[in-house]
Design a protein around this ligand. Structure first.
Ligand code: ASP
Length: 437
């Protein structure tokens, strides 16, 4: 059995967290390949190493002195090394990095050094081989990951080592400069490595017990989701629930490798298992999770006999396309069509959009309603359970809330509901209570 284990910034914030990480790795022989992030925040007011590095880069590019900022970084690593009692000095590395920063080695290079150094420290502490991600993770000229070349290189090198530490978040460009993924990108490195070594499991260790059924800022103590499919996860993430970088899903999904979200501070918890499909409907509740997004507007177009007019929808969407506005949902009735768009995307252009729609389809009326929040109720169990939609709507109605829009995804995996921003929390809570208690 081979497990690839990725640890997030909070799991490596200080020596104590490093110790927890080492204990987790050493407690199972299967945990063979380790992907560390850069040390994260030790407290709410603290600054992540990655953010300090970005600041250093900005300061250096203005030609200003970086000594003070840079010493904050070296102190963090030296503190961890000393506290762990390691026989390791990063002084030479620090000097190379400091000099490269002053010589403007690039923003991504600067940011990537957090993971690079963290990888050296962790490899030393574990007695594992350190493999620089720049030698095995490759981007193409256009900045996208060179998937196949990377997969071959990672797989090739890791065949030689039973255990290794590979820093997350970065790789190299064809001209050998460093490039990072977007923020939170160590998740992607972990996923790439898991695919390349054909791992049985990709463990992603963070500071929460897993994926929660609802946002804990909205619902008090929501339950952790035990098992979720990639598609459900995508629906929930799209609607604002985040634990994992979105792009981390593709490499392992392709290879059918499950991801297990785990808590470094509570390794006794089983966490959330993300799987490609789950035939057995083993979740205790019909719904898997609820997520929501704010700041939407609904453009409603009404016209008698709309449904018999050829090309009506196309002409409406063409107006949006020409304005470069993308739409989120398109619930339609017989004589009405509603288009849900983000309010930001139409800001300052409302009059023009209305005029253009009037000219394109001669509707009876066009209106724009703002302050809409969208709620997604997601669950693979909904397809087989009769009356789920009715239960969702009844729960909201019983809370005295007016539903402004409904859209059921054709996959029967989700129901999307639009409510006033003011009713968002009440709606999410009433749906949660209906299904969980
Ligand atoms: N350290 C990087 C960040 O803060 C990448 C990561 O942690 O995954 O975004």
């Amino acid at each position: 059995m081979v497990k690839v284990v990725k640890f997030g910034g909070s799991s490596l914030a200080d020596a104590n967290q490093f110790r927890k990480v080492m204990r987790i790795i050493n407690s199972e022989n299967d945990r063979k390949y380790v992907i560390p992030s850069a040390p994260g925040k030790r407290s709410a007011e603290d600054i992540k190493i990655t953010d300090l590095l970005y600041r250093c880069y900005e300061t250096a590019s203005k030609g200003e002195d970086i000594s003070e900022l840079f010493s904050k970084i070296t102190e963090r690593y030296n503190g961890i090394i000393n506290d762990l009692g390691l026989d390791l000095s990063l002084d030479e590395e620090f000097e190379v990095i400091r000099r490269s920063m002053i010589h403007k080695a690039g923003r991504d290079y600067a940011a990537s050094r957090g993971e690079y150094l963290s990888g050296i420290v962790l490899a030393n502490a574990l007695g594992y081989k350190f493999i620089d991600a720049a030698d095995i993770i490759f981007f193409s000229e256009d900045g996208t990951l060179d998937t196949e070349r990377t997969n071959e290189a990672v797989s090739e090198i890791l065949k030689k080592y039973e255990n290794a530490v590979i820093p997350g978040f970065y790789g190299s460009m064809p001209n050998d400069t460093i490039k990072t993924f977007s923020r939170g990108g160590s998740d992607i490195t972990g996923s790439i490595v898991a695919r390349a070594v054909e791992a049985d499991l990709y463990e992603n260790w963070t500071d929460v017990n897993g994926f929660l059924m609802a946002d804990p800022r909205v619902v008090k103590n929501p339950l952790t989701i035990g098992k979720i499919t990639y598609r459900e996860l995508r629906e929930l993430s799209y609607m604002g629930a985040t634990v994992l970088h979105e792009d981390a899903i593709f490499p392992v999904r392709r290879a059918n490798i499950p991801i297990n979200i785990r808590n470094t501070n509570h390794p006794e918890q089983a966490g959330t298992m993300i799987v490609s499909h789950s035939d057995s409907y083993d979740h205790q509740h019909i719904i898997t999770g609820i997520a929501g997004k704010h700041g939407f507007s609904v453009i409603t177009i009404e016209k008698d006999m709309m449904n018999s007019e050829y090309g009506f929808g196309r002409r409406v969407l063409e107006v949006l396309e020409k304005e470069r506005i993308s739409f989120e949902h398109l619930p339609s009735g017989i004589d009405t069509m509603s288009i849900v768009v983000s309010s930001d995307s139409i800001e300052g252009r409302r009059e023009r959009i209305i005029e253009k729609l009037n000219a394109a389809v001669f509707p009876d009326s066009v209106s724009i309603e703002d302050d809409i929040a969208l709620i997604a109720v997601v669950g693979r169990g909904m397809k087989n359970a009769k009356g789920t939609a009715a239960r969702v709507f009844k729960a909201i109605a019983d809370a005295g809330i007016n539903i402004r829009m409904i859209d059921q995804g054709s996959s029967e995996l989700n129901i999307i509901i639009g409510v006033s921003e003011n009713d968002f929390e009440g709606s999410v809570n009433s749906i949660y209570q209906e299904f969980v208690h």
